[in-house]
Design a protein around this ligand. Structure first.
Ligand SMILES: [Zn+2]
Length: 316
């Protein structure tokens, strides 16, 4: 009985979504439609046509209005990491389907289709590399893979990367973009929030630097965990950053939310992020921040410090 009701409930929910999709209420993001594969790219914000080549040269930022188009993980690594220094980690980790989850189609089918379509195994790439000659551990989420959702593989890869960074004493940088925890892995997805946070705490205990970069959109379980745990939290201009979606909140509190709600700019105003950095300046900003947080070389410094303490003791 209960099972029947549950399946009826699930079915009607799926129908509801299907109807909405049919009626066109859920529309694709303009950016999605504007994949810059062709020769020209029409900006989804200002409508200006740009040579795709020029747009790519400007790191997918519109030269006219500064709109930040979405970039995939490979492109992001190219933008941030010095040439020939990228060493990927844990590329073999594959998602499984422990709950045998099924909505309109089985999760395992969804995964396979996604992997074939975009050539990624899951929604994050991790590795070691250099930014302007400074070694870093970098994780880059990819929104194309199931909306950058965080399941066991995303959690495990990020955790292993952070642990390796702690061991090797590297700063950690994570470029976040996510729709939240991956519902198809249920509780196992939620567990990743705690797992990554614990690894970050050990990294912090070792007095190492962690900088998350919040890109459009960063939401759900990612915002509720590692995206907000940085020593310095950076965001891209106009990125949507939040936990629950605007519509859900509006329906719950029965109030209209301000226009700039959940934007990087609004979060900066309220102290949730430390700075908004245009993508074209991101690499140099990161290099500066990392350089500022480099450990001071111990030996000569200690000698200097000891001699200073000695002389001050002598003066007393
Ligand atoms: Zn534009």
């Amino acid at each position: 009985m209960a099972n029947n009701e549950e399946s009826r409930g699930l079915k009607s929910l799926l129908d509801w979504f299907a109807n909405r999709r049919k009626s066109g209420t859920i529309s694709l993001e303009p950016q999605e439609r504007e994949i810059a594969d062709g020769l020209w790219h029409k900006c989804s914000k200002c409508g200006v046509l740009t040579y795709t080549k020029d747009l790519k040269a400007n790191q997918m930022v519109c030269v006219e209005c500064g709109h930040h188009n979405r970039v995939d993980s490979d492109e992001r690594i190219r933008q941030l990491i010095d040439q020939n220094t990228w060493r990927p980690m844990d590329e073999h980790l594959r998602p499984t389907d422990p709950l045998q989850f099924r909505d309109r189609k089985p999760y395992s089918d969804r995964l396979r289709e996604m992997q074939e379509k975009i050539g990624l195994i899951d929604a994050v790439k991790t590795g070691l590399g250099q930014i302007n000659g400074l070694p870093v551990a970098l994780g880059v989420m990819d929104f194309r893979f199931m909306g950058g959702s965080m399941g066991s593989v995303v959690g495990e890869k990020l955790t292993r990367m952070i642990e390796q960074a702690t061991q090797g004493r590297y700063p950690v940088i994570i470029v976040c973009t996510s729709g939240g925890a991956r519902m198809q892995e249920g509780m196992l997805s939620l567990m990743q929030m705690a797992k990554i946070s614990a690894a970050l705490q050990r990294h912090r205990d070792a007095k190492l630097l962690y900088i998350p970069i919040l890109t459009h959109p960063t939401t759900g379980g990612v915002t509720a965990s590692f995206a907000m745990l940085g020593d310095i939290i950076l965001a891209e201009p106009k990125a949507t950053i939040g936990f629950a979606g605007r519509r859900v909140i509006e329906q719950t509190i029965r109030e209209k939310l301000p226009e700039d709600f959940q934007t990087a700019e609004d979060l900066l105003k309220h102290g949730f992020v430390d700075d908004i950095v245009p993508r074209t300046q991101l690499k140099n900003t990161l290099a500066q921040l990392i350089a500022l947080h480099q450990p001071i070389p111990t030996a000569p410094h200690m000698v200097l410090w000891e001699s200073m303490s000695l002389s001050s003791t002598a003066a007393e």
